[in-house]
Design a protein around this ligand. Sequence first.
Ligand code: HEM
Length: 388
Amino acid sequence: MAEKEDFKFDFDHYDDESAYSPYGRWEEMRSKCPVAWSEKNGGYFILSKYNDISEAIRNTGTFSSAGGVTIPPKPVPKLPPNEFDPPVHGMYRRIVNPLFSPERVAENRPWMRAIARDYTQRMLKQDAFDVSIDCAMQVTQDVTQRLLGIVDAPDDMKRCAEDLVLMRGNAEESGAKLVELLNLEIDKRRTAPGDDVISTLLSASYDGKRPLTDHEIVHTSLLILLAGLDTTTSAIGGAVWYMLKHPEIREQLLGADQRTWRLALDEFVRWTSPAQGTARTLAHETEVNGCPMHSGERIFFLVASGNRDEEEFPNPDEIVIDRFPNRHLAFGMGPHRCLGSHVAKAILQDVLEGLLEGLHNFRIKSDDDVVWEASNVRGIRSLPVVRI
Ligand code: HEM
């Protein structure tokens, strides 16, 4: 009988290879060891093929989110709705869905676009700037805070959020600080409610039976604050990086119609795959492709590899701006599919539109200065460009 040790593969989604040059290893995993067992990070299984991931990620009965969706789990209490299984997951998710619908995003679009324009126009006037740090992260941060109704965020809010998402610095202390800040925001909204996420959570009811507790409101808000930051920033950084390396993509986008833009946004998100993977805990014993898995063991769905699976995507390493069909996994699949996908794509489009006209006047400062990072999220953290 097979043991998990028979599926052993040297893999760590935090190492430099994952950050800078993961494509060969992902390919090797998909072809030789599509269900892998790594001894790193406390020991975990990794699924790397598109079909295996898309099937397992929807199977919430076997692959539970309740043990946390990161490896290792974040040092904060469980975040609704993401770290709850159905049916409780649905109770939380129904409350926040309307706030992130395409219609709601369209209503918010004028102020979202204005934030993106403000940063992109300012950057394009400089002789040098960092696409990720000075532009992508700032726009994403401002948009997310405004969705939450936070108007005067303290300077270290962004750093704390990044520490927690990237599991660096003192993540535990940063988590505690964010919880404290969000509690203050709840108090403000109690006396002066608005049409933001925190106000909506304050007036919401769990399953029509009771108001949400402050704990539930804080941790739902915390998830919304964290989930979009580095993911959207990575999508923007990756898309701009690719266009600087392949100017023809920028030219194709310049005259693109709305349909092409829609397809292009999904293609940028597939190619960048900012959520490198999402984790689950085995709810009971099972077997995937002959590999036995036991209750309580941890598994990582390596979404970024699934999105490069040549059996699903022809020429997977290339960006084809009008790729169709494109059933990518970048926003997940099933009940936990990304709540903020319409917000993310709106920010991505607004920033790219803002940068497109002037981008041909800039080049990457040097390949050595581009910083990629990998954890549960993956992508470019610093993309310095200089005027040509
Ligand atoms: C390109 C940007 C983004 C990517 C690639 C991305 C990716 C993902 C993925 C893969 C999941 C599923 C996680 C799982 O299965 O456990 C997810 C869930 C989620 N995302 Fe995003 N995300 C992005 C932007 C955003 C933004 C901007 C927000 C909010 C402002 C957001 C909020 C959420 C929330 C709340 C969930 C949990 C949904 C649930 O469990 O029901 N995301 N995202």
